[in-house]
Design a protein around this ligand. Structure first.
Ligand code: NAP
Length: 315
């Protein structure tokens, strides 16, 4: 019997169009992918796995026999809060290409800060011709907060570029060439030493507002922050204060409490903030579809479900 895989998504029209082409192609030999609103009652009842991207939870609930859902995103904070704890298992997207893309973004923006680009851009606006002391990468310490699939790849890429790299995670970890810290004391130690802190952990109950007034106060004078994780991990009000009054020298923000960043938000025009429109590591449809297809093929072959999110931990 042909297997039907529901595709449940409230993502943008453009994103859905892209997936509606890529998924059926990647899964052609395995199953038929059908958008939720085209499913028959019989197909809804029969579905044991669905592919989701920002789904309406009511539509997921309308698939009563789901065993697991395959997310098309790496961050699953919305699924964790919106799907019932006794609902289907949540499998997030883990794509080696995404780790590559993210580590490239981390290196690019670290180099942007390392080579004083914000300062030279400000000087150009003023018509000022003035060079500043060039530090070597090994004289610059970069802290990577979150040492998972993306953070550990980024940390190693920074290391191979010559930076001194510190890492921080929830549980003790060891990553080749990186000084690793964990727990609350570890965060204090990392923040106190780093010139550039890169956020790459998931948004959970524990990491919400993790970087607030006291953590920002622990940073070195002039230190920079790069947030490629999720907006609510940094307290925006505290960050604005730390940018205006010290110690934070510059913030590169790809993610925000509200996206798109609302018109008139102080970050848009702040001279010490670089605003990016959530582009550090987008899901690449071509590679992600193949991974999704492999996961689903294994499930149909022998019932294997890929590692799923720990609902208690939130990631
Ligand atoms: P992952 O493999 O699950 O790794 C998460 C890391 O964060 C782990 O090292 C984990 O520690 C650490 N962590 C979790 N909670 C923590 C806490 N309370 N204190 C300290 N460390 C904590 O996740 P990933 O694939 O690397 O992705 C990380 C996040 O990047 C995603 O959740 C997503 O939000 C974000 N992301 C953003 C974009 C973008 O375009 N901006 C793209 C993709 C992903 P342990 O090692 O101890 O478990």
């Amino acid at each position: 019997m042909t297997q039907i895989i529901p595709f449940v998504s409230e993502a943008s029209q453009d994103e859905r169009r892209e997936w509606r082409d890529a998924l059926p192609e990647a899964l052609a030999d395995i199953a038929v992918v059908k958008p939720f609103d085209t499913l028959t009652e019989e197909e809804r009842v029969a579905a044991r796995v669905a592919i989701v991207a920002n789904p309406d939870p009511a539509q997921v609930a309308a698939l009563p026999n789901l065993v697991w859902v395959q997310s098309l995103w790496a961050g699953v904070e919305r699924l964790v809060t919106e799907l019932p704890a006794d609902g289907p298992l949540i499998v997030r997207l883990t794509d080696p290409q995404m780790a590559e893309t993210m580590s490239e973004a981390v290196l690019a923006w670290t180099l942007y800060l390392h080579r004083d680009m914000p300062r030279y851009m400000a000087q150009q606006r003023e018509g000022t011709w003035k060079g500043h002391t060039l530090l070597l990468p090994e004289e610059r310490t970069v802290g990577v907060l979150g040492l998972g699939k993306l953070g550990s790849a980024a940390a190693q890429r920074l290391k191979s570029n010559g930076f001194r790299v510190l890492g921080w995670s929830r549980s003790p970890k060891s990553v080749d060439g990186i000084d690793c810290f964990h727990g609350a004391e570890g965060l204090t130690a990392v923040l106190a030493q780093t010139d550039i802190s890169v956020l790459l952990m998931p948004l959970t109950a524990e990491t919400h507002d993790l970087i607030g007034p006291s953590q920002l106060a622990q940073m070195k004078p002039g230190a920079a922050l790069i947030n490629f994780a999720r907006g609510p991990i940094i307290n925006e009000t505290a960050l604005l204060k730390a940018l205006n009054e010290g110690p934070v020298g510059h913030a590169i923000l790809d993610v925000f409490n509200e996206e798109p960043l609302p018109a008139g938000h102080p970050f848009w025009s702040h001279e010490k903030v670089t605003v990016l429109p959530h582009i550090s590591a987008p899901t690449i449809t071509s590679t992600a579809s193949k991974i999704v297809a492999e996961n689903i093929a294994h499930f149909f072959a022998d019932g294997t479900i890929p590692p799923s999110v720990d609902r208690e931990r939130g990631y």
